[in-house]
Structure formats: structure tokens, C-alpha cells
Design a binder for this molecule. Sequence first.
Ligand code: ADP
Ligand code: MG
Ligand code: ZN
Length: 502
Amino acid sequence: MYQSFIGLEVHIHLLTKTKVFCRCRSAFGDEPNTNVCPVCMGYPGVLPTLNLEAMRMGCIVARALNCTIPERTWFERKQYFYPDMTKNYQISQFASPLGQRGCLELEGSGADGKPIKKKVRIKECHLEEDAGKMIHTGTVSLLDYNRAGVSLLEIVTEPDMETGEEAEFFIQQLRRMVRYLGVCDGNMEEGSLRADANVSINLPGQGLGKKVEIKNLNSSRFVRLGLNYEIRRQAEILDGGRTVVQETRLWNENRDETAPMRQKENAQDYRYFPEPDLPVFCPDPAFLASVDKALVELPPARLKRLMAEYALTEEQAGLICDEKTSADYFEAAVRAAVAALPPEKALSQKDAADRIAKWILSDIKHLLHKEGLAGLDSFTLSPSRLASLVVMQAQGRLTGKLAKQTLERAVVEDKDPELIVREHHWEQITDPVLIAETARKVLAQEGATAGELQGLGNEDEKRRKTLFAYLVGKVLAATGGRADPKTAGEEIEKLLGTTAQP
Ligand code: ADP
Ligand code: MG
Ligand code: ZN
């Protein structure tokens, strides 16, 4: 058996409105080569200016990853030639990255269902500019420079992970975290978050092996598959008495394997030197305070708190915490539901939480899907409207079925659920006298069924249940679904002089 070492380099696009060193718009999907200017096109003689918002967002991620922000951080030129980079150098950070020596704790379960608990050290986070995009079509390559100069934060881990599952989990955690922080949309298909995965294996106790880098993985699943494939491939090489070639490989998603891309010599010589056109950045107390202010409660902490405070199950809390917008929505709705009634009649927080979690995770989820909405922040039903629906239901004023109808109407008509229930007279009927009256009419119409029921022996339990359910259904139908099913059952039992369960 071998020991494996995995280190990730994750690139995230920061959600700045403009690029990192010029004022061009930073956006995905615009008409090619429309968001360009002399600075990001690398014209001679132009001067870059640092986008302070990019520096701030980078520092927010750095702090969320428990990194130290140095007193002085600056930029270097990383020289290499490539057609997607007009200047022939990339402005990046080398000697003084904005975030240094942090960690991210992984806790949960991996794609294989096995538990994961590990502290991954973060080597650094550095700010740089992205390159343009090359589009290869047949014998021609096209270039789109809209992406050239877009703010990119690179997060580099130490080689502390050991399995594809751990690396996948790391990416998922990081993705959720940057979305919570509002600094990256985490869209891996659009390339807003991409990862290079480094992996080596060795005999236990022998330290790191010769590493292979798998480049440009645009899905966390590919990270897992690529790494696990690579660990197996390297093990076979070592088993055969050969040595692993240090190289860069690509994941082929059609063949489920990695293939060589280029051999990488020990250290490519990028001839880094400090960028002479940008001053050293010294974060002042006001800047650092603005960074700290943006550090919202992060998903793992929030998940634990939601479980403790609202008695949610781990599964419920996990799903609700997946997006900050849904966790915010949940907590706002619970607060509103608890506050809706005077203290002596108020719903307990746990009762409200359980009901609201169930709505969010089933009916509301389906509605969002149906309306093609990405999240609860764009949902027409406000948390307080959901709260009012839940309160009516808890008070026994709405049957489950009509509650669902009320929800749908409230969304479509953008109206308060209370109003809808009143307009349609959907309040549940719980008055036994009223229900008995309806039941009497139903039994008169269903004489045959009633007779059969009364004649059944105790051994016909199944038939008895079926007939009872049928009659209750008739009473509900006769009241437009408004009668309380439990009371309806009780009244039928009284009228027939027999019980549903012998
Ligand atoms: P390079 O100079 O090739 O870019 P770095 O030292 O910057 O290498 O490391 C890049 C990534 O590779 C980091 O995430 C690091 O943890 C990982 N890494 C470095 N050496 C190894 C190794 N021998 N095995 C596995 N991962 C490694
Ligand atoms: Mg590197
Ligand atoms: Zn520009």
C-alpha cells in the first residue's frame, strides 16, 4: 500500500464589477472582445491600477481560510508567452501573497459515504489577472480577451489530502464558502471556479512522491475521478518497478482517464520580478475592518447552530445551509412564525422550525424548480408570508391539502396567504355539529356502503378500513376539502355505531 498526497490549486473569479487592473467590465458571456481596453490588451506604455474591491474580496477569502494578511503585499510579473495573454507576462503575486498559512477544516461525508474529518493547511492565497479565452475550431483558433484581466484569486493548499473524495469535498466546501461570502458565484461550468489537482504517491514514511498535476478541472466530480484514477495509475507504475514521470495531465471526461499534456521540468523559470507599475499595498485598519465586517457566519458553523438552536436533523440543516439565501430565509420565517401570535399562544421555535424546514425542502423547492428560480432570494413568497401559512396550519385552520393550494396561490397571485384563505373560504371546518350534519347526508346517499360496514365482522379489518376511508373522503369532498378529517371519522363512527378499527 502507498500513501498518497494531494494538493489543490483553486482559481476563483472574484465578483468585482470591473477587472483587476483596469476599468473594463468583468462579466461572463458578453459579445467577444467588447470588454477590452489598452491596459488589458497590453498596449505599450499603459499603467495598471489596482481594483481595491478585488483586493478586499481576496482578503475576505484569505481571512475566512484563517490566513494571515501580511503588512505589505505586492505584485510580481510572471513572464511567459501565450497567445491568450497579450502582455507576455501575467501580473500575479509571488513573494508576498495577500493570504498566508491558513487552514480549512473538512467535516462531513464524502461521495462514497465514508466520513471525512481533516484539517487541510492552506499555503497561500494570491491575487492575479486571468488570461483571455482561446476557442479552437477545426484548424483555426479564436481569441476572446473579455476574460483577460478579470480578477482571479488562487488558493493553494499544502498536499494534505489523500483521496479523491477528500479533494472533492474540499472544493465543495470552498465553493459554498465563497458563495456565502458573496465574492464568487462558484459556477464551475462557466469557469468561475476551476481547480488544478496535484497528486503523488509513495511508500509510507517516505514523504512526498513525484507529483503529477491534473489541469483545469471544471467540476468537483472530475476532481475526484481524476485523482482516484491517477492514484491507481501511479500505483501500477510503482508496482511494476518503474518511476512516475513528473508531468501535467488532462482529465478526459469521455474516456474516464487522464492523459499526458506536457512534461513539466522542476521549476519553470517565470523570471518573476516585482511589478514596477503598482505600489506595495499596505492594508490599513479601515481596510482590515471592512474585511472583517464581511466575514459572515460560514456554512459549517451555521449548520451546527441550526441543528442546536432549532433541533433540525443533520440532513435538514445540511440542505438548508447549502445556500446562504435559504438559511437566511429559513431563519427569518421561523422568527416571523414565532412572533405571529401572542406569547401565550405562540408556536414554539422548534415546532415552527420543523414545519418551515419541511415546507422549504419539499413544496417550496418544487415551486422554485417549476418557476426556474435559482434561489429563495428571488422567490415571490416572503418569509413572513410562509410564516403566516404555517401558523394557520398549526392552529388547525387549514388542512394539509388546502395549505398546499394556498401556497401555490400566494406565489402566483403575490398575495398574503391569510387573504387567500379568507377569499376562498378555505378555513378548515372543525365544528363537530357541522361535520355531523354533512356526514348524515353522505351516509344517506351511501346507504349500501354504510350497510356493508355495519354488517362486517371484526376479522374484516382491511375491508373496514377501506370503506371508512371512502366515507371520510366523501365527507371531505362534500365540504370542499375543508372538514377536519379526524372529526369527520369520529362523527361517522358515532352515526354508524361502529368503529374504523375494531
Ligand atoms: P509548482 O511549483 O509545481 O507549482 P507548488 O509547490 O507551487 O508546485 O505546489 C503546487 C501544488 O502542488 C500545491 O497545492 C502543493 O500542495 C502540491 N504539491 C507539491 N508537491 C507535491 C507532491 N510531491 N505531491 C503532491 N502534491 C504536491
Ligand atoms: Mg505553483
Ligand atoms: Zn481593460
